[in-house]
Write a protein that binds this ligand. Structure first.
Ligand SMILES: Nc1nc2c(ncn2[C@@H]2O[C@H](COP(=O)(O)OP(=O)(O)OP(=O)(O)O)[C@@H](O)[C@H]2O)c(=O)[nH]1
Ligand SMILES: [Mg+2]
Length: 551
């Protein structure tokens, strides 16, 4: 797999691991994931460095003898007593910068681009040996798994190797070939059953090879020459390919482990999301019913609001009469307190000076809205139960009530804003167009009443025409007709204001319903964290499919 794809995938995982989450299954997985991502990062940086091959196996499987045979000198301690190797021997090319902790470091005159480490055993009474092996395996690229006829299906070795499946190249070496029968087929079959991919298998007599090299004797070395050639000549040029394959395997294992940890919770997350959607609907519906009782079933609130906006802009005779009428109509409400327009509005909204005229948004709402939130304790408890089951921290009811109040206030404001604008627009239309028309409508008969006698008088002066004096009672009748006209106009105007108020009430109701039913009301934070967790599962899937498609 190309190095760039590996680096990209590690970067994606790094960004994923850096995010904080309240979701417990992921939160618990993050420390391990971060360690793993750091390790993967280092592995990518290590690609240009020499390959690290480790001699791995149970005690007495001839690991140290094999290292000596390759080195051609007794650089590692071998012996009859079990276990023999207490500290690793690192056989390395000159100036290889790797650090493997406390170990015997021996510079090789012949090894190029390869570090060979003789490790302690995996299965002796000294359990610290297995710990040391585990540490060294983290830095290994190739595992040279040594086994003898007596010790090849070694469970303790497998315990150390299992987590590294597909993350290390594994080569099997049957040692002590001069003594033992060939067990390779059985050994490889067993490893295959354990789902290990083995890249090669050699049967060698390291002792005889060492004897030859040190001049102590000669004999059948079995496949030692082929193994030596493989280690010295074939592995080093494959360095980058081996390391990349290991990193790809490690990435796959990391993603599989993460998916396994998260997938188990997916069902709970989906159920929690459904419960939240239902609770949101219930809360929106309940809030709407209540608000309808309080705010929307009071048409005079809206009529009064339009009336306020209109009377502020009123002019002319009808306008002034309306203003006086409106002031008188509103006076008892202002004095009476709770049932008054302003006090009712104050229940819901913020200070009047902030909102201006019309349906102002006065203060002291938090207490009332929190009180309203108290009705939804059942929904809150249900959502909390499902959130807890899905692995989220839960919100105390008091805290939720405060959040609900804030959200409801915001929705009310959002629903009010367009209605408020409409109130002002209506008031402008009523005062700019209707009022002048109404004033014109009373002015024409008024002008006629006043104009007729004046006309008669001038006609008499200029044309010498006979003066036709108005009949007795003309002015009285005219005045009462004018009064009637003004009364009808005022009534008509007041009716228009009322109709506007009622219409706007309906509009606000529709707007508020839209706001509340838009979703995410009441449990938006809960909905967001559940969605975030589901998205995170989706992102792990995405990273995995990117990796698979690059293979
Ligand atoms: N006949 C024969 N004996 C061998 C061969 N390789 C190793 N031995 C012997 O097997 C014994 C154990 O060898 P070591 O190399 O110490 O084994 P090890 O795996 O390093 O053991 P620990 O260090 O305890 O993990 C020694 O007595 C070696 O002489 C071989 O190829 N043929
Ligand atoms: Mg040893």
């Amino acid at each position: 797999m190309p190095q760039s794809v590996l680096a990209d995938t590690v970067r994606c995982l790094e960004a994923f691991a850096a995010e904080d989450t309240p979701w417990r299954p992921l939160k618990n997985a993050l420390p391990d994931l971060r360690d793993r991502v750091d390790w993967l990062d280092r592995q990518i940086d290590r690609i240009p460095q020499p390959l690290v091959a480790v001699l791995f196996g149970g005690t007495g499987t001839g690991k140290s003898t094999l290292l000596n045979a390759i080195a051609g000198a007794p650089i590692a301690l071998t012996g009859e007593h079990r276990p023999t190797t207490e500290e690793p021997t690192v056989y390395h090319p000159p100036a290889a910068g790797e650090e493997f902790g406390p170990a015997r470091y021996v510079e090789s005159p012949v090894l190029d681009d390869l570090i060979l480490i003789d490790m302690p055993d995996t299965d002796s009474v000294k359990v610290e040996h297995a710990d040391r092996v585990q540490q060294l395996l983290k830095k290994a690229d190739v595992v040279l798994f040594c086994g003898t006829q007596q010790k090849y299906k070694n469970e303790q070795s497998l315990i150390l190797l299992r987590p590294l499946k597909d993350e290390r190249k594994i080569v099997c070496i049957q040692t002590l070939a001069d003594q033992d029968a060939d067990i390779r087929q059985d050994w490889l079959g067993w490893l295959r059953k354990e789902n290990f991919l083995v890249d090669g298998c050699f049967r060698v007599s390291a002792q005889r090879a060492l004897d030859r090299k040190t001049g102590a004797g000669a004999g059948n070395e079995f496949e030692f020459p082929a193994l030596e050639e493989y280690i010295r000549e074939k592995l080093p040029p494959e360095r980058a390919r081996i390391k990349e394959a290991n990193i790809a395997g490690a990435l796959k294992n990391t993603l599989t482990a993460l998916e396994r940890r998260l997938d188990g919770s997916k069902k709970n997350l989906e159920t929690a999301r459904e419960v939240i959607v239902k609770a949101e609907q219930a809360v929106a519906h309940g809030s709407m019913v209540h608000l309808q009782d309080r705010l929307l079933n009071e048409p005079h609130v809206w009529i009064g609001a339009v009336g306020n906006a209109v009377s502020e802009r009123s002019f002319g005779v009808v306008g002034t009469l309306f203003r006086v009428l409106h002031w008188i109509r509103m006076a008892p409400s202002r004095i009476a307190g709770r049932l008054s327009l302003s006090s009712l509005l104050r229940t819901f909204n913020r200070p009047a000076e902030e909102a201006g005229a019309g349906v102002s948004v006065p203060d002291e709402s938090e207490g009332y809205l929190r009180h309203l939130a108290g009705r939804f304790s059942r929904e809150h408890a249900e959502v909390n139960a499902y959130l807890a089951r899905a692995g989220f921290p839960t919100t105390p009811f008091a805290e939720w009530c405060a959040r609900y109040a804030g959200e409801l206030r915001q929705r009310l404001d959002e629903a009010l804003a367009p209605v408020q604008a409409r109130i002002n627009r209506r008031a402008r239309i009523l005062t700019r167009w209707i009022l002048p028309l109404l004033d014109l409508a009373w002015f024409v008969p008024f002008a006629f009443t006043i104009g007729a006698p004046i006309y008669q008088y001038y006609a008499h002066l200029v044309l010498d025409a006979a003066v036709v004096l108005p009949e007795a009672g003309f002015l009285g009748r005219s005045a009462s007709m004018l009064g009637a006209i003004l009364f009808i106009e005022l009534a008509l105007f007041a009716w228009l204001v009322r109709a506007s108020g009622r219409g706007l009430r309906k509009r606000f109701k529709r707007q508020l319903l839209k706001e509340l039913e838009a979703g995410g009301f009441g449990f938006s934070a809960e909905r967001a964290v559940v969605q975030q967790a589901l998205d995170q599962i989706g992102r792990v899937d995405e990273i995995r499919s990117q990796l698979s498609s690059a293979q």
